[in-house]
Design a protein. Structure first.
Length: 200
């Protein structure tokens, strides 16, 4: 690091901000929200989210899905979608296919936050079980899992009956934006329709 600073400041006569500079592997550094990584299989360079960007979106998701949300689920999803759409328009255009796994994790985390929010709104455990059963969960399993071990709502938000009743399709029907699906739509290349010529 010291030799690099000497070269830049003495030879190139540029000023180095040492608090923001470091000598490290590309995947460990933050470039305007992104990090770079070389794919060991084909040596191509992958563009991913930096650790700082992941931390920031995690914090923002927590803010937009508070445990004490007192309004409708669709209202929460509408606010969340506005943020997610803008966030993906910035990051999704530059990240390569390797970011899909991160987007899948974020989608799953968002759905779990929303499940926990719904469970809190449903309040009593017997009401939770009745709703889950109406939504297709097996009654015996729902009663056993919800009452077993005095689980907290966060733990219940990722148990079998809740995952089954409040699945991807349920949240898609509620209008929740999927980061993974939206990313794939943004990078989907469709070939133009082939022209047909009328031969005489």
């Amino acid at each position: 690091m010291a030799s690099v600073i000497r070269f830049i400041e003495r030879r190139l006569r540029l000023k180095v901000n040492q608090t923001k500079s470091a000598v490290a592997r590309p995947e460990e550094r933050h470039f305007v929200g992104f990090s770079l990584r070389r794919n060991p299989e084909d040596s191509t360079v992958e563009v991913l989210l930096s650790k700082r960007s992941k931390t920031r979106i995690d914090a923002r998701i927590r803010e937009l899905t508070p445990r004490a949300w007192g309004q409708s689920l669709k209202g929460c999803i509408a606010t969340l979608n506005t943020y997610l759409r803008g966030w993906l328009n910035f990051f999704g255009t530059s990240c390569t296919e390797a970011v899909v796994r991160t987007l899948q994790f974020l989608d799953a985390h968002i759905r779990r936050r929303l499940r926990a929010l719904l469970l809190r709104q449903w309040k009593r455990r017997r009401f939770i079980v009745r709703r889950l059963v109406r939504m297709g969960a097996r009654p015996s399993t729902a009663w056993r899992v919800v009452y077993e071990g005095h689980k907290a709502l966060w733990a219940l938000s990722h148990c079998g009956p809740v995952d089954y009743a409040l699945d991807k399709r349920y949240f898609a029907d509620q209008g929740l934006l999927s980061l993974e699906h939206r990313y794939r739509e943004m990078h989907c290349v469709t070939a133009p329709a082939q022209l047909t010529l009328a031969l005489e």
